[in-house]
Ligand binder design. Structure first.
Ligand SMILES: [Fe+2]
Length: 494
């Protein structure tokens, strides 16, 4: 383990050796076809007895179908991992989401569907031409809301799972408010007032952004459509008390190669580096300082994920992870051979949206490669002080995510806990201590892939003091392929 200080010291002395090897990093992209169910007995340190609840995680469990490699991990079938904490113990279970596509391909033992990120059916372009069928892979996020456990994928309806068994039950349509095949994004935001806010994108020359609000019973109480000009590729959004905010990435979409069976839909998206990002501000109610949709412009590169947003007098502050350009997927490339040095690092930026002057000011918060930001759940849409993210070991180069990074946005101080050289981290989740008074009083829970033994570990850190190192390391009997998103609920499911 290294702290920020020791790492900075190394850079002073210009030690530029890589903190990882590509071979180690590639190990986290092997399929895990097995499903497990066991109490974790390989524990170093101590699980805090007051840490009680269930962590759900989602991500591609399969990177191949019967040995036939997928073109991109985002095309992989969703697999839910569940870690339950109770009385200082932890239980693990994983299950594949039994989507229609997963069941069909497992039965056929071959790829039957094209993936959005470039996976093609065998047989070249002739086998793929004019095939626009989507496979809902339910692999991006998993949330427990209104007594429903939902596996989410941004281009289609959720899958409903049994939280006790992880058994797949059916598609969720929220009493018919959602129609068959209708999108429901994988990036809901939970307004601490007890409202889950989510969106859907229907791209076109005019894009429709649908905003959903759900009550604590898991019912959709509001569904509103908004038309905005131009093609939108939007993965995430942020909320404040009064607004939903979307960053419309500057991209161009040419669907012809996709239609002709030459490549996946996402491979037809090209970032327009010199074009501005449009910031779409949509009022959540009619009782807001601005009543109509407002669009501002700025230079922001490409954004997958935002950290948070809040209102401050005449401004909305938005914190986001910005890429100078999108790491483009090419039809004949191999994602496992990514050259990190050739890409610019995703970095934390703060945007000040001035609603009176219609101006945007941008401020770089930190140069470090960082992704998968998270915050205290009670501060979503509100002023906040601490953000946590997965980050690179080095502070300036683009590199795999090997560390957990904490930024104090008030004082500017930063902390780093690194798993380099052989560890690789996923999305951290902040779990507040029950009845905590301070914003950072709680734990960071993260899945770490350890290339040394090709297994994954669940690591618990003290969010107030990352430099203290691991409070507990829970060794799994296997690895978990690199995942995407997840969530924590204080409810116990075993
Ligand atoms: Fe995401």
């Amino acid at each position: 383990m290294q702290t920020l200080e020791t790492q900075a010291h190394q850079q002073d002395h210009q030690i530029v050796e890589k903190s990882y090897t590509i071979k180690d990093w590639q190990g986290g992209y092997e399929s895990l076809p097995e499903e497990y169910d066991y109490w974790i007995d390989d524990i170093e340190g101590e699980i805090p007895p007051e840490l009680a609840g269930t962590l759900f995680r989602n991500g591609a469990g399969l990177l191949d179908i019967n040995g036939e490699r997928l073109h991109h991990p985002f095309d992989g079938d969703g697999m839910i991992s569940r870690i339950t904490f109770i009385n200082g113990r932890a239980h693990f279970r994983n299950r594949f989401v039994q989507t229609a596509g997963y069941l069909a391909e497992q039965k056929a033992k071959k790829i039957l569907y094209r993936g959005v990120f470039g996976t093609q059916k065998p047989g070249g372009w002739l086998a793929n031409i004019f095939d626009f069928k989507l496979k809902n892979i339910a692999n991006t996020n998993v949330i427990y809301w209104g007594k429903k456990l939902l596996a989410l994928w941004e281009a289609a309806e959720p899958y409903l799972l049994n939280p006790h068994t992880l058994e797949t039950l059916e598609n969720e349509y929220f009493n018919g408010v959602l129609s068959k095949g209708e999108a429901f994004s994988a990036h809901p935001r939970i307004d601490p007032r007890g409202i889950l806010v989510n969106f859907a994108i229907k791209p076109g020359l005019l894009t429709t952004i649908t905003i959903f609000e759900l009550n604590t019973k898991g019912e959709i109480t509001s569904k509103k459509n908004h038309k905005v000009p131009g093609f939108c590729f939007i993965h995430d959004f942020v909320i404040t008390e009064n607004y939903c905010i979307f960053f419309q990435n500057p991209v161009k979409f040419n669907p012809i190669p996709f239609a002709l069976g030459i490549c996946g839909a996402a491979e037809c998206i090209k970032v327009q580096k010199n074009q501005p990002t449009k910031i779409i501000i949509i009022p959540r109610t009619t009782n807001t300082p601005i009543e109509k949709v407002k669009i501002l412009e700025t230079k922001a590169g490409f954004i997958f994920h935002h950290v948070n947003a809040f209102e401050l007098e005449n401004e909305i502050i938005v914190d986001s992870i910005c890429y100078e350009s999108l790491m483009e997927v090419e039809p004949n490339s191999d994602y496992r051979k990514t050259d990190f040095d050739k890409n610019s690092p995703p970095q934390i930026w703060r945007f000040h949206l001035n609603l009176l002057e219609n101006q945007v000011q941008n401020q770089l918060i930190d140069t470090r490669t960082t992704e998968f930001p998270t915050i205290h759940p009670c501060h979503v849409g509100k002023p906040y002080r601490y953000l946590y993210s997965a980050a690179a070991h080095q502070s300036t180069f683009n590199a795999p995510l090997q560390a957990i990074f904490k930024v104090d946005l008030e004082s500017g101080t930063k902390q780093l806990w690194s798993t380099a050289p052989r560890g690789f981290v996923g999305e951290p989740i902040f779990v507040p201590r029950v009845n905590s008074q301070q914003e950072d009083d709680g734990w960071i829970i993260v899945v770490v892939y350890n290339a040394e033994n090709h297994r994954s570990e669940i690591v618990i850190l003290d969010a107030q003091n990352l430099a203290k190192g691991r409070i507990a390391k829970l060794g799994l009997k296997h690895h978990i392929p690199y995942g995407l998103h997840g969530s924590f609920t204080p409810e116990i499911f075993i």
